[in-house]
Write a protein of this length. Structure first.
Length: 99
């Protein structure tokens, strides 16, 4: 049975409904989000523009910029962070919707 993938957009942030409970995919276009409630590591892939990650957890103030074509692995142990996207980026999370 083919899976149906649906986007649920909210102010430049789109969540794809994936057929798998193990992960979620988010598309961010010219948007920023505070990521403070997650159940595992994240991956951020920048497609166009610039994705900026700023730690708001234990290592507050640490910053990483991801250029187009680049990717970043954010370990779960790093805690909360802010993701600002000028362009287009994808965030892949462990766990299903709302992860």
């Amino acid at each position: 049975v083919p899976a149906t993938v649906v986007q649920r957009p909210v102010r430049g942030v789109h969540r794809y409904d994936t057929p798998a409970e193990e992960f979620s995919v988010w598309r961010l276009e010219g948007a920023g989000v505070d990521v403070d409630d997650r159940s595992g590591p994240d991956i951020v892939v920048c497609v166009d523009g610039l994705a900026s990650l700023s730690s708001t957890g234990a290592s507050a103030g640490a910053r990483l910029e991801v250029p187009p074509g680049g990717a970043a692995w954010i370990p779960y142990a790093d805690g909360a962070y802010r993701l600002d996207v000028e362009g287009l980026a994808y965030r892949v999370t462990v766990g299903g919707p709302g992860a």
